[in-house]
Design a binder for this molecule. Structure first.
Ligand SMILES: [Zn+2]
Length: 443
């Protein structure tokens, strides 16, 4: 547009307000005060009541100048102001995004937490139970059996995607035990995103959290909080030290969850702890009993694979040698036809047989040869297929060879090397998916 102005194509410019014309005060001022008057262009800003025709002098009104300045300032600073206000609230730990279970946001002061009596009783009970030595699962089960509303239910929020019936889980108990806010301390800046509305937040290390003690009424004392943390971390340590190969291959046949190992000695489906009367309760094995069963199954499976592959191989070998015999016979017959043809020709040349006799015998031999050729081709095809079968059974045999060579003790140690996955249905039914074969066996 400015180009058109310079070329004298435009003699009057009308804008709604000055901010529409340009956001930079200096630039706008330059146009209004120097460029447009020089080019003889009339400039009208409707909302700002500015018309260059009415300003006969060379300067524009003070109000216009101020307005320009304010636009400039306002635009550049607005976003920075919003961000820093939020940052300040966080740094002082005065920012409340949502109330944790046990609290609610004060109806008159939106950044103040106040006790939610009904839920606070439950929170306090959870802390005291943990300190008393109850496991988080035990606590969850008790809350479920008493039909205590879960935090989400209590807030009457139900996620649409969550089709499972709401239940207390040990994770929920852990989350409560971990939450410093229950000691009356406000915690801000535990997570951080690089930009406003950035979905990918990162966890902020504890040292960088913004804390404010006595920010709201405590549900537990700091001492109780520490005791509960201690009780939990003691238990977590024992669970962590027992991680081994067996932890990742046992699954529940009813709900599909990974089985949990209790005290390192027994497996069970985690769901049974949260609901009574579900088939998952049946999924409960002593570790050694389960491994015995799997071990026996492995021995049987190795033997089955070994026998199957040996049988398959010897069948293929037998078939191979009979095909070889057949092929030799056919080739001999074919060669014999050729020799006979030659003999007939010599007999004809020596005048021992007539033209007709020679020609008819030659045609017959050719016919026979063509037939034999077809049979040979068919035989060779079968031989090739048989070779393939032999290679496959060889491969299967090699896959169990490694296990066959192990002693019973070594085999037990390498039990999990042979297993892809074990699905447990109940006390007498497990399904094992082997690594060395695509079929599965039940025990
Ligand atoms: Zn289950």
């Amino acid at each position: 547009m400015i180009e058109q102005v310079k070329h004298g194509e435009i003699s009057c410019i009308v804008v709604k307000d000055l901010s529409r014309f340009g956001r930079d005060y200096l630039e706008v001022g330059d146009y209004l005060e120097h460029i447009f008057p020089f080019l003889g262009v009339r400039f009208v800003a409707v909302n700002d009541h500015y018309d260059s025709m009415k300003h006969s002098g060379k300067t524009i009104g003070m109000d216009v100048a101020f307005k320009n300045l304010i636009y400039d300032y306002y635009c550049k600073d607005l976003s920075k102001k919003v961000k820093s206000a939020m940052g300040m609230k966080q740094r002082e730990a005065r920012y409340v995004s949502c109330a944790p279970y046990g609290y609610q946001i004060c109806p008159t002061e939106k950044h103040q937490l106040v006790i939610d009596q009904e839920a606070a009783v439950i929170v306090r009970r959870i802390f005291l139970d943990v300190i008393a030595g109850k496991t988080t699962s035990q606590i969850a089960k008790e809350l479920n059996s008493e039909s205590v509303a879960t935090p989400a239910e209590h807030k009457s929020i139900r996620r649409r995607a969550d089709r499972k019936a709401p239940q207390w889980t040990h994770h929920m108990i852990l989350n409560i035990i971990d939450n410093l806010k229950y000691t009356g301390t406000m915690v801000n800046h535990t997570r951080e995103s690089r930009h406003i509305r950035d979905g990918n937040q990162r966890r902020v290390p504890k040292e960088e959290w913004y804390l404010r003690e006595n920010a709201h009424e405590a549900i537990v004392t700091l001492e109780e909080f520490d005791l509960a943390q201690e009780a939990i971390s003691r238990r977590r340590k024992t669970v962590r030290s027992q991680h081994d190969q067996s932890d990742r291959i046992y699954f529940c046949g009813h709900c599909g969850r990974k089985l949990e190992k209790a005290n390192g000695t027994s497996f069970s489906c985690p769901s049974h702890r949260y609901h009574s009367g579900s088939p998952c309760e049946e999924v409960r094995w002593r570790k050694d009993a389960l491994e015995d069963a799997v071990f026996e199954a492995l021995k049987v499976q190795i033997e089955v694979v070994r026998l199957e592959s040996t049988n398959a191989k010897s069948t293929a070998q037998n078939k191979g040698s009979s095909l070889q015999c057949q092929l030799t016979t056919l080739r001999t017959q074919y060669d014999a036809c050729g020799r006979e043809k030659l003999a007939q020709y010599e007999a004809f040349r020596e005048g021992r047989i007539t033209d007709e006799e020679f020609l008819s015998s030659r045609d017959q031999l050719t016919l026979q040869q063509n037939l034999l050729k077809e049979q040979i081709a068919e035989c060779e095809k079968q031989q090739e297929a048989n070779q393939q079968t032999m290679e496959t059974s060889d491969e299967r045999q090699r896959s169990v060879d490694h296990f066959i060579r192990l002693t019973e003790k070594q085999l037990r140690e390498h039990l999990y090397d042979a297993i892809e996955r074990i699905v447990v249905y109940g006390p007498s039914e497990i399904e094992i998916v082997w690594k060395f074969q695509d079929t599965s066996a039940s025990a």
